[in-house]
Write a protein that binds this ligand. Structure first.
Ligand code: HEC
Length: 125
């Protein structure tokens, strides 16, 4: 009796952990679709800056690092390196992470969408 309950509790815990992990991971395929919200301003081709800088290779890059894009002074002054955490915070509330930046985007509230987009950005090496 007791063992059975323990086992089902363990299974429930494992399921919870599993879904939490896949949630945090994000899905690059879904991210590519969600990236439609960004595409008007961001190309994923190297060197192709439009309204915003190209996002090819953005993961691991310092904020405001492309020589051929005219970033805002706020971006050039910032001391941020783009990784999962910093991109997640930036997409949640761009003005909070880099005040006075010029990305005309009010933020993305959905954590799953953000995780998917970040996973997609990771593929743009
Ligand atoms: C309306 C245009 C626009 C939209 C939409 C937009 N961005 Fe931006 N983005 C910009 C601009 C402009 C900058 C540079 C801001 C500055 O210099 O202050 C920027 C900067 C960035 C940077 C920093 C790049 C670097 O080289 O430091 C990231 C990352 C980024 N955007 C991701 C996104 C993502 C992901 C989306 C979609 C969810 C998105 N942006 C939507 C215009 C946009």
């Amino acid at each position: 009796m007791k063992t059975k309950r323990l086992i089902s509790a363990a299974i429930a815990a494992a399921c919870l952990l599993g879904s939490a992990a896949s949630h945090a991971q994000g899905d690059p395929k879904r991210g590519e679709k969600a990236f439609d919200e960004c595409r008007a301003c961001h190309s994923t081709d190297a060197g192709a800056n439009v309204v915003g800088p190209s996002l090819r290779g953005v993961v691991g890059r310092k904020a405001g690092a492309l020589d051929d894009f005219r970033y805002s002074p706020a971006f050039r002054r910032s001391d941020i390196t783009w990784n999962r955490q910093s991109i997640d915070a930036f997409l949640t509330d761009p003005q909070k992470v880099i005040p006075a930046n010029r990305m005309p985007f009010s933020g993305m509230a959905d954590a799953k969408n953000r995780a998917d987009i970040i996973e997609y950005l990771q593929t743009l090496k």
